[in-house]
Write a protein that binds this ligand. Structure first.
Ligand SMILES: [Zn+2]
Length: 348
């Protein structure tokens, strides 16, 4: 599928404006011309030389290499090792929204946003499985992420977007509020990594693109009331990963603003589904330059299944997320380099 066809499909899913205004850097192979005053960011015409932070989106750990949204523990380890070896440094979404990237990331290092949607059980908890009579321990996303960052002396910083009901994503393990996985247990598990924050993905994971003000507000209030009843409202960052990655309409965004949200993040497939010079990016220059309710992320793993935009044949072909990310990273015109402190920040 070419980019145009994909965008047409995506356009049917996302609000048309979301696709139309995503920052579109010039080809990495095109020599960048100096720009005295960058135009207003977040729209067409954002120059290639504007600094950017790539934000990765993961979904779940799945040892099955053909899993629609999964990434194997071995693949995740390789993606992270590649990123750290390239000089990337993990940040969470609050770091970006609150303009504190330079406080977190040592000078000269390149921030990399790490996010996980839906938060399948495999993201938080390891589990024992028996394969061919062998007992083995399947490590969770945050365990692998924690080990990898520790090996490289990096603080584990990431944003996990929580959803209570993600029908076809979570399977028999249930959502965050059901089964063996209580929200309190999730937050306790996360509390050992203060830089790994929890944020919103809505309780019931509806498509929000045509909901308008009232319905969007009702959906978000439903989630906020639930967090409040569980006594965790203050522990959840007020940032939304739109279900299916598709933003609400302008009225919906207004509802989010009135509820005190900092912003919302979109989902786009990895570049393997498109051209390598059109990676959607988060522009940052000491502060977020995008529309805070239209912050793009790049999917890692076989994300496009969620968009229904690839055929079954494509879905089940072998995917190498490391190669995806390598191509993403190479196509980024100019990565933001921190102006922060010279020494790594110690995490408490
Ligand atoms: Zn989702």
């Amino acid at each position: 599928m070419n980019r145009r066809a994909f965008l047409a499909l995506l356009g049917g899913l996302a609000a048309g404006a979301a696709v139309g205004v995503w920052p579109r850097p010039a080809s990495a192979s095109t020599p960048a011309s100096p720009s005295a005053s960058p135009p207003a960011p977040g729209g067409d015409g954002v120059p290639a030389e504007l600094p950017a932070i790539p934000i990765l989106m993961f979904h779940r750990i799945d040892e099955n290499p053909h899993s629609p949204e999964g990434i194997s523990s071995e693949q995740l380890t390789r993606v992270l090792e590649y990123a750290w070896e390239q000089g990337y440094y993990p940040v969470n979404m609050s770091d970006i929204f609150l303009g504190r990237v330079d406080e977190i990331v040592p000078r000269g290092r390149m921030p990399l946003g790490i996010t996980v949607d839906d938060a399948h059980r495999s993201v938080i908890f390891s589990r024992k499985t028996t394969i061919h009579a062998d007992q083995r321990n399947e490590r969770s996303f945050i365990e692998i992420f924690g080990d990898s960052t520790a090996r490289h002396n990096l603080p584990p910083r990431a944003t996990l977007f929580l959803s209570a009901v993600v029908a076809r994503h979570t399977g028999p393990d249930g959502g965050y509020f059901g089964g063996q996985m209580s929200l309190a247990g999730v937050l306790d598990a996360l509390s050992v990594m203060p830089g790994v924050e929890a944020a919103y993905h809505t309780r019931r994971h509806p498509r929000m693109r045509a909901m308008g003000f009232k319905q969007t507000r009702a959906v978000m209030e439903d989630q906020m009331e639930q967090f409040c009843a569980l006594g965790v409202l203050d522990r959840i960052a007020r940032i939304l990963a739109y279900p299916y990655g598709a933003r609400p309409d302008d009225q919906g965004v207004q509802a989010l603003r009135e509820l005190g949200f900092l912003g919302g993040v979109l989902a786009f497939p990895g570049v393997r589904e498109g051209r390598y010079d059109e990676v959607p990016l988060c522009y940052y220059d000491g502060r977020l330059l995008n529309d805070p309710f239209l912050v793009p992320r790049v999917g890692i793993g076989a994300l496009t299944y969620a968009f229904g935009a690839i055929t079954a044949g494509e879905r089940f072909r072998e995917i190498d997320p490391v190669e995806d990310f390598r191509k993403d990273a190479q196509s980024i015109p100019r990565t933001y380099r921190s102006r922060g402190p010279a020494a790594p920040v110690e995490t408490s």
